[in-house]
Ligand binder design. Structure first.
Ligand code: FAD
Ligand code: NAD
Length: 480
């Protein structure tokens, strides 16, 4: 091991491993410490995202979607497949292979970029030093010019439903079920609740989501979340808003959940499995020596400025452990920004344009401001909406639920936000994110030639509709 590194990254999730690779690409002598171990006790990189987050959840979403589509939707195309069966263990096994392939891939990327990969735990000491403890308990003090903290987040526990890894599980447990529970309870109708609730609903569980707030998907544009609620209810998700869980009791293989409903009445529900997904919290336990100089904010996140520098000189922090949306791509971009700034570049990430996607079917995707945020800020704007029912390609694919909603500044026509529920919403919203990054107006997108027939045409038409020029729907505003 060298006497001194240029950069030590603590945590090899999407924020940390990307930061380490970029730092090494820029010629910096870089090490990345990661404490995650797999079921065999072997150190693995990739963090929450690759091991128990984005990737495994999408693997199960895709498998369960294919099963459900084959079972129920293919007849619409004239395809009769007879009895359709699902082998849940095989589905989980496939997910495991994907995780292994990708986490092994990071080890390969570290090697090819010259990042030193260290498995074990990192602790930030004063004076730009890191205490590294390997999995055998051997300790070493490593010196470095820069430290990048990328220790991520972990699920929030609630005392009324303590996770026991069997009947009451968190998102990680919900990715490992080897049979479909008959009655599945979910506390929290947020992103994880909807994604994992959808997986097991498609496979045949009766899914009840208990959500404390009266607003459904409060962070999304209201019109989109209203449509989402309609669509998910049609799919069989039983979403109960304004429901506060007050107790849970495990009785054998069941769990009895007591909650107060929207009318203040006490109710009970019995489930075979209960998933608790009420948010995540920053992962900082045992990380910071008291004199290391790194401060936390009032919510327990590591305090950083817009460039992800902490209070301590030479110490940076990126990803879920700092403020902002808990999204893999947000952390990765912060990792790139910090590595480049350490190398002397002036990189600044644009926090205003971060796409946010919920991978249900149809997908929900957003970038920029919602209509409610603009109203609250007193901004004047124009709207264009195009429903997928009017898209030839969506009709051909039998995927007509949802819409594209484009919002542009009333004076400059600059795009301020785009909100989509519909087929391939994640990929469609990315087109608008690119346009926004280039300062595009709705008219610019309107003047762009879109291939026909594509789902992207819905983005084109929504942009045209902003100025009353949509061709394939009546315009709310008629303008020359
Ligand atoms: P993490 O991925 O949490 O990685 C942090 C790493 O640091 C971990 O490997 C941890 O072991 C390690 N670590 C912690 N402390 C130490 C220490 N002291 N020493 C050494 N190592 C340490 N986001 C999306 O953008 N899209 C999605 O589709 C998506 N789906 C998700 C689905 C689920 C079920 C979950 C739970 C999350 C999902 N997320 C998704 C969120 C995404 O996983 C996180 O935003 C992302 O992983 C955060 O990256 P990170 O690198 O900051 O932290
Ligand atoms: P979330 O914040 O999305 O949703 C949690 C929900 O639980 C909220 O609606 C909240 O009102 C509700 N809630 C909180 N306490 C409750 C209680 N006691 N009883 C009932 N409801 C309660 O959090 P999550 O679903 O746990 O996901 C955590 C984070 O992981 C997300 O915020 C997101 O950043 C990330 N994530 C992203 C994706 C994606 O990008 N597709 C997927 C999964 C997770």
């Amino acid at each position: 091991m060298p006497d001194k590194y240029d950069v030590i990254v603590v945590g090899a999730g999407p924020a940390g491993y990307v930061a380490a690779i970029r730092a090494a690409q820029l010629g910096l002598k870089t090490a990345c410490i990661e404490k995650w171990t797999n079921a065999e006790g072997k150190g693995v990189n990739g963090g929450t995202c690759l091991n128990v987050g984005c990737i495994p959840s999408k693997a199960l979403l895709d498998s369960s979607h294919k099963y459900h589509e084959t079972k129920t939707d293919l007849t619409n195309h004239g395809i009769n497949v007879g009895d359709v069966d699902i082998d849940v263990k095989a589905m989980i096994g496939r997910k495991g292979k994907i995780v292994k392939q990708l986490t092994d891939g990071i080890a390969g990327l570290f090697k090819s970029n010259g990042v030193t990969s260290l498995f074990g735990t990192g602790k930030i000491l004063a004076g730009r030093q890191v205490e590294y403890t390997d999995h055998e308990g051997n300790k070493q003090i490593l010196a470095t010019d820069n430290i990048i903290i990328a220790t991520g987040s972990q699920p929030i526990d609630i005392p009324v439903a303590p996770v026991n890894g069997n009947t009451i599980i968190d998102s990680t447990g919900a990715l490992e079920l080897t049979e479909t529970p008959k009655r599945l309870g979910v506390i929290g109708a947020g992103v994880i609740g909807l994604e994992l609730g959808s997986v097991w609903n498609r496979l045949g569980s009766n899914v009840v989501l208990l959500e404390a707030m009266d607003d459904f998907l409060a962070m999304m544009d209201r019109q989109i979340s209203k449509e989402a609620k309609k669509v998910f209810t049609k799919q069989g998700l039983d979403m109960r808003l304004s429901c506060r869980v007050t107790a849970s009791e495990v009785k054998g293989n069941e769990v009895v959940v007591t909650y107060q409903n929207s009318e203040g009445k006490e109710k009970q529900e019995v489930f075979d499995k209960l998933i608790v997904c009420v948010g995540r919290r920053p992962h900082t336990e045992g990380l910071l020596a008291p004199d290391c100089g790194v401060n936390l904010d009032e919510r327990g996140f590591i305090f950083v400025n817009d460039q992800c520098a902490t209070n301590a000189p030479g110490v940076w922090a990126v990803g879920d452990v700092v403020r902002g949306p808990m999204l893999a791509h947000k952390g990765s971009e912060e990792g790139v920004m910090v590595a480049e700034r350490i190398a002397g570049q002036k990189t600044q990430m644009n926090y205003d344009i971060i796409p946010n996607v919920i991978y249900t079917h149809p997908e929900i995707a957003a970038v920029g401001k919602t209509e409610e945020q603009l109203k609250q800020a007193g901004e004047s704007y124009n709207l264009g909406i195009f429903p997928f029912i009017a898209s030839g390609r969506a009709l051909a694919a039998d995927e007509t639920d949802g819409m594209v909603k484009m919002i542009a500044d009333a004076k400059t026509d600059r795009i301020l936000g785009c909100h989509i529920i519909g087929p391939s919403a994640a990929d469609l919203v990315q087109q608008v994110a690119i346009a926004m990054e280039f300062g595009s107006t709705a008219e610019d997108i309107g003047m762009t030639v879109f291939g026909h027939p594509t789902l992207s045409e819905a983005v084109h038409e929504a942009a045209l509709a902003v100025n009353g020029h949509a061709i394939h729907i009546p315009n709310r505003k008629k303008r020359k």
